[in-house]
Design a protein. Structure first.
Length: 394
């Protein structure tokens, strides 16, 4: 496959877009005012222009991250792995880190915001936030997880400590330094063969779940004879890291929201625990859905009552984490409603619920092995077809 190499320059489309949004919104507002419409119902098109420039900054940030990094571009990554390229050389399609040409795009956005009466530095801050989020995602999947965690915890620290535009920009620039170091580390270990080598060392063939969905439906004994289906589980390190990361972000968010409590004048103070409830329910229901779709119960509900096997410990233990999450969530809401749980302290049950969802056993494979002899629907249909064929021949 031939890949067209190109040198990254500043994107003239984004420069022209920022200028066009600023001038267009200004001219549109002037034209609407010239029509002498009711000014009380005429929208402020300058605010729409400011919003458009901020949206343009988000798009440009995602473009700078995901267009030039080889991790998510399979043809580019495979081609680059067969060349003498090293991390000490520039990437053929262009660098992921910022270069001086990007300053022209930022200057155009700053001019547009200043022209519309907005904060000239806000677009750059929005760009950095989205850019750092994208880089953290890339580092997490390219053997630089420690830098991804550093960006995650640094982002929560920025949300907690930033007291104004100047401090926010300073903290974001410090996080950009961490992102730059992480990108160097990520490219230094290219072509990221660690996962490939682990799969090659597996004693059995491992199929990707997306390519073998039907393998889980053929039932016993065929699924036992088929190549082993990949059932990847999150490591204990990542389970603890992600739970702590979400807990720290919850603490920073609650600290910010608590300062607006008297301004919002909410009668139900437990409404501030909506982020905790959203996180707990999302992770708990997500885990339950994943387990139930992969590991089918060995006996149906009527079969349990018929055989007096109401509880199957090896299979039913998967319901322990979701039930614990529900209990923690209810207890936290009750305590918050009685003013016994400070807002910032809600980070503790949030982190605990995330850990229960990600790190508490059993694994999917352990639950799946609890029902090795269950007949799948495909097996039942095939068996019925065989019986019908025998009857027709006889």
């Amino acid at each position: 496959m031939v890949i067209a190499l190109r040198t990254p320059r500043f994107a003239p489309v984004f420069v022209a877009g920022a200028i066009a949004i600023a001038l267009g919104s200004h001219l549109l507002g002037a034209w609407m005012n010239s029509l002498q419409l009711n000014s009380r119902h005429t929208p402020d098109y300058r605010e729409l222009g400011v919003l458009g420039i901020h949206l343009l900054a988000v798009i440009y940030a995602l473009h700078r991250v995901y267009t030039f990094h080889p991790r998510l571009i399979a043809p580019y990554r495979e081609w680059l792995a067969h060349t003498p390229w090293t991390f000490r050389k520039p990437l053929p399609l262009g660098p992921v880190h910022l270069i001086w040409q990007d300053g022209l795009v930022f200057a155009a956005m700053a001019w547009g915001l200043y022209f519309l009466g907005g904060n000239p530095f806000s677009a750059f801050a929005v760009f950095l936030i989205c850019y750092l989020l994208g880089v953290a995602h890339l580092l997490a999947v390219s053997d630089a997880e420690s830098f991804a965690y550093a960006l995650g915890f640094g982002g929560a620290l920025t949300l907690w400590l930033a007291g104004g535009p100047a401090s926010l920009l300073l903290l974001l620039l410090l996080l950009y330094l961490v992102a730059w170091l992480g990108l160097q580390r990520s490219l230094a270990v290219f072509p990221w063969r660690s996962r490939i080598e682990r799969e090659q060392n597996e004693p059995l063939i491992v199929l990707d779940p997306q390519k073998s969905k039907s393998a889980r439906k053929i039932g016993w004994p065929f699924e036992e004879l088929s190549p082993r289906i990949a059932m990847r589980s999150i490591s204990n390190r990542d389970a603890v890291g992600i739970s702590l990361l979400i807990g720290v972000w919850t603490f920073a968010l609650m600290d910010r929201l608590s300062s607006y409590y008297f301004l919002l004048e909410l009668e139900d103070r437990s409404a501030f625990l909506a982020p905790m409830a959203l996180v707990g329910l999302s992770f708990g229901l997500g885990r339950l859905f994943r387990y139930l779709t992969i590991a089918r119960p060995p006996i149906s509900v009527p079969g349990r009552f018929a055989t007096w096997r109401w509880i199957i410990p090896q299979y039913d233990r998967q319901f322990a984490p979701p039930l614990l999450i529900l209990a923690i969530l209810i207890a936290s809401l009750v305590l918050a409603g009685n003013d016994m749980l400070p807002y910032r302290a809600s980070a503790v049950p949030t982190a605990l619920m995330v850990w229960l969802s990600l790190g508490m056993g059993p694994t999917v494979e352990q639950v799946w092995l609890a029902s090795p002899a269950r007949l799948g629907s495909a097996t039942a249909r095939r068996w019925a077809q065989i019986q019908q064929a025998k009857e027709s021949r006889s």
